[in-house]
Design a binder for this molecule. Structure first.
Ligand code: XUL
Ligand code: CO
Length: 441
């Protein structure tokens, strides 16, 4: 088996004073931060879609990067992709990967043939994993949005035949996830939504999407899958309005259909901002609802209105993200997958490494800052004190259920004006505290 990146060796950790572009400055896999090694805290994963297949094609032009991996035939290319992916993971000290079925192995003539070729690639990956047990599957998913058959959705298609086809494809992707020991299975509904309500039966579409998810859970549990299911919220793109708009919307959906025990969130940074939320907001909503699962790490561009899926370099965002992760108790089945692609103009093989190093160092810095933020305690203490009125007196009585509207009316009438019970929110001071911690590493 040939080496794909023979001019690049294993990426070392050289520390913050290194100027070697092919070295980590902040990601030191075995260093303990917050009680676990950085490797365990961050659980980095390579994504097959963008890294192994994304060649820079966009709406206005063809690919700029060669992602054929030296093979012109689809079966040989699928295998070469596996070899190259394992080499990238190895050189970057990445333990996890995630996949869309069709990025591992494309469609062939019929579903039966597609499945057969897909199985062969999954077996090949299983062999590679057996040879190197440090490599693990973070999650699998089915690409039910690419082919024209999904133009009106998969689980929400007006065609029952398309629904059945989607179920067949998802069943196979679950089989592969289970076979490769994955602890996560993702539903991302890029085509599950509508362009116009003039042609849409929203109620039936939502019921059907829930039916498909229920079937998937029942099937997976029946073959011994014990991992998590994730929904990855995204408000739009490619569809104008997507049903999995944001975490709060998805929680409502899951609860309505009794799916909330099996599903958690896979939060993607750029999807959060498309929904006009911060990344931290989405993580906080998930955490507060016991639905924090996994993370697709990338960043958008504030001047662009679409999902640019850039490798994350914004340390501030990464720090606030890792604060939520640490507060959630860290990752369990989930991890941090780079659902990110190098810019179209970053077209050389080395750019794959520069991109991952940038993203991994950004989250390593984020982890270091988040850990300091928590051990420093100034921000947590401020928040605790801000809500002190709920720990005694009338606040405690409300929480303990000891008072109702009549008692509160009596209390308010006796108390008089209450504006003075408020103190400053001190936003600027807290932002300065965060800066102080960030730049004091
Ligand atoms: C698309 C996206 C997907 C999901 C998995 O915006 O994020 O790659 O992560 O289907
Ligand atoms: Co994603």
């Amino acid at each position: 088996m040939s080496e794909f990146f023979s001019n690049i060796g294993k990426i070392p950790y050289e520390g913050k004073d290194s100027t070697n572009p092919l070295a980590f400055k902040y990601y030191n896999p075995d260093e303990v931060i917050g009680g676990k090694t950085m490797k365990e805290q961050l659980k980095f994963a390579l994504s097959w879609w963008h890294t192994m297949g994304g060649d820079g094609t966009d709406m206005f032009g063809c690919g700029t990067t060669d992602k054929t991996w030296g093979e012109s035939e689809p079966e040989a290319r699928a295998k070469a992709k596996v070899d190259a992916a394992f080499e990238i993971m190895d050189k970057l000290s990445i333990d996890y990967f995630c996949f869309h079925d069709r990025d591992l192995s494309p469609e062939y003539g019929s579903l039966a043939e597609t499945n057969e070729k897909f199985d062969a690639i999954v077996d090949y990956i299983a062999e590679k994993m057996a040879a190197d047990p440090s490599k693990k599957l973070l999650w699998g998913t089915a690409k039910c949005f690419d082919h024209p058959r999904f133009m009106h959705g998969a689980g929400t298609s007006p065609s029952a035949d398309v629904f059945a086809y989607s179920a067949a494809q998802i069943k196979k992707a679950i089989d592969a996830t289970v076979k490769l020991g994955g602890k996560g299975y993702v539903f991302w509904g890029g085509r599950e939504g509508y362009e116009t309500l003039l042609n849409t039966n929203m109620g039936l579409e939502l019921d059907n999407m829930a039916r498909l998810m229920k079937m998937a859970v029942e099937y997976a549990r029946s073959i011994g899958y014990t991992g998590d299911f994730y929904i990855e919220p995204k408000p739009k793109e490619p569809t104008k309005h997507q049903y999995d708009f944001d975490t709060a919307t998805v929680l409502g959906f899951l609860r309505k259909y009794g799916l909330d025990k099996d599903f958690k969130m896979n939060i993607e940074a750029n999807h959060a901002t498309l929904a006009q939320h911060t990344f931290q907001h989405e993580l906080r909503v998930a955490r507060e609802n016991g639905a924090f699962g996994s993370i697709d790490a990338n960043q958008g561009d504030t001047l662009l209105g679409w999902d640019t899926d850039q490798f994350p370099t914004n340390v501030y965002e990464a720090a606030l993200c890792m604060y939520e992760v640490l507060k959630a108790g860290g990752f369990t089945n989930g991890g941090l997958n780079f659902d990110s692609k190098a810019r179209r103009g970053s077209f050389t093989p080395e750019d794959i490494f520069h991109s991952y190093i940038a993203g991994m160092d950004t989250f390593a810095l984020g982890l270091r800052i988040a850990d300091k933020l928590i051990s420093d305690g100034r921000i947590d203490k401020f928040v605790e004190e801000r809500y002190a009125s709920w720990t005694t007196g009338i606040g405690k009585d409300i929480i303990d259920g000891k008072v109702g509207m009549a008692e509160l009316e009596k209390y308010a009438l006796e108390k008089g004006e209450v504006t003075e019970s408020l103190s400053s929110g001190r936003q600027e001071m807290l932002e300065a505290v965060l800066n102080n911690i960030m730049f004091n590493l």
